[in-house]
Design a protein around this ligand. Structure first.
Ligand SMILES: NC(=O)c1ccc[n+]([C@@H]2O[C@H](COP(=O)([O-])OP(=O)(O)OC[C@H]3O[C@@H](n4cnc5c(N)ncnc54)[C@H](OP(=O)(O)O)[C@@H]3O)[C@@H](O)[C@H]2O)c1
Length: 298
């Protein structure tokens, strides 16, 4: 079954990130077989020419390489049937490409389980949110055995504009957490500055224009600044997901006895953002937590 079907690629997880990534793969000519827990999310892929599987088992049965772009560890375990006899059946002689963000320990243990069952494993987390995913301009970090990484790399060409090999598992995820530490503190800093300018009675548009004209301008400052100005909290990266990333970074820092003072403040603010009911909003909704502190609600 496997030998004749190496060219078919499986893709599981068609959320904010997975959907545009899978669409880019199909548009680039990949023979894609997709599955998503909520079936309606498969329809845009079907319309674009992908096949839709009835369940995750069918994806593994019919595809040699399966990309997972799933929310978290529970979701990954669930689609792999981890801890059940389905697991070996699904991953033997398959390449599992784990592109979501989970703890490095989870990924290391998963790699060991996949290898023990006779499968291959590539860790491939990405940097960039919905916009870069739609534009096929994510940045991938790759880890795993050299042969598997080399085999998977060309597949990601329509999804990522750069892919960096980071060594063995879980170094790609540790790299991703390092990148996210900068992103989280950067976006939170921008939001706090925007709040400061606004509450000082300054013209917030002018504030952003000044930022844009100077050396601190970046894709993040432009995208998130525009969202803050428009009061647009539509999701590019959900606050709940950023809270998860905060937690993963904090746990990795504690394990390695590292101080992470800025991240720790952001962690508290994202906790507050989600507690205030903004978990499904974009990460710039951290503005609400900062406003609540200013207004004495916390
Ligand atoms: N958004 C970003 O900016 C960004 C950037 C880089 C990396 N990431 C990471 O990429 C991953 C996906 O992010 P996203 O923004 O695409 O998340 P999302 O929109 O919440 O999508 C999550 C996907 O996981 C599926 N899922 C969740 N629980 C499941 C379960 N128990 N069983 C089966 N499927 C399950 C969801 O299925 P349903 O459709 O049925 O809910 C959906 O397809 C996350 O690990 C995130 O941290 C996100």
């Amino acid at each position: 079954m496997y030998d004749g079907q190496v060219a078919r690629v499986g893709f599981i997880g068609l959320g904010v990130m997975g959907r545009p990534m899978a669409l880019n793969l199909v548009r680039a000519g990949a023979r894609l077989l997709v599955w998503n827990r909520t079936p309606a999310r498969c329809e845009p892929l079907r319309a674009a020419g992908a096949e839709v599987a009835a369940g995750p088992g069918e994806v593994f049965a019919r595809a040699g390489t399966v990309i997972l772009m799933l929310a978290d560890e529970t979701a990954v375990d669930s689609v792999l049937g981890r801890g059940t006899p389905d697991f070996a059946e699904r991953v033997t002689a398959r390449t599992v490409v784990h592109m979501g963000t989970t703890s490095p320990e989870f990924s290391r243990a998963l790699e060991a389980d996949v290898r023990a069952a006779g499968g291959r494993y590539v860790e491939a987390p990405v940097s960039g949110s919905r916009g870069p995913a739609e534009a096929g301009r994510l940045v991938a970090m790759l880890a795993g055995d050299e042969e598997a990484v080399a085999a998977v790399r060309p597949l990601l060409g329509s999804v990522c504009h750069e892919a960096f090999v980071c060594g063995t598992v879980p170094d790609a995820l540790l790299m991703k957490l390092s990148v996210n530490l900068f992103l989280i503190t950067l976006a939170t800093g921008l939001t706090e500055a925007f709040h400061f300018a606004g509450r000082q009675g300054l013209d917030r548009r002018r504030f952003l224009e000044i930022l844009d004209a100077g050396p601190m301008a970046s894709g993040v400052s432009r995208t998130k600044g525009a969202k803050l100005l428009a009061g647009d909290f539509g999701v590019q990266a959900a606050a709940r997901d950023v809270l998860k990333n905060n937690r993963l970074i904090a746990e990795a820092a504690r394990k390695a006895d590292l101080a992470s003072p800025l991240l720790d403040v952001c962690h508290a603010l994202f906790d507050e953002t989600v507690a205030l009911g903004h978990g499904d909003a974009d990460m710039v909704a951290v503005l609400h937590a900062i406003e609540a502190r200013t207004d004495g609600e916390r």
